[in-house]
Design a protein around this ligand. Structure first.
Ligand code: ZN
Length: 65
């Protein structure tokens, strides 16, 4: 079990939920965790970064109109 700091309430949690993957240098980069329940629910849902079964489908259809 890994203790992570919740990005929302800043408390350590033994069951961290990945709510975002840091990209760039913001917040030091890396994975953003939150405790399960309210905190995790407070973050916008992203595609599960650990379930990229088909990267080719990961391209949103955008700017084509
Ligand atoms: Zn929390």
């Amino acid at each position: 079990m890994v203790i992570q700091i919740c990005a929302r309430c800043q408390r350590p949690t033994g069951r961290p939920v990945v709510v975002a993957i840091g990209y760039g240098a913001s917040a030091g980069g890396g994975v953003v965790y939150a405790c399960p329940g309210e905190c995790a629910a407070g973050f916008p849902k992203q595609r599960d970064p650990f379930e990229q079964t088909s990267p080719a489908r990961d391209v949103p259809v955008r700017g084509q109109r």
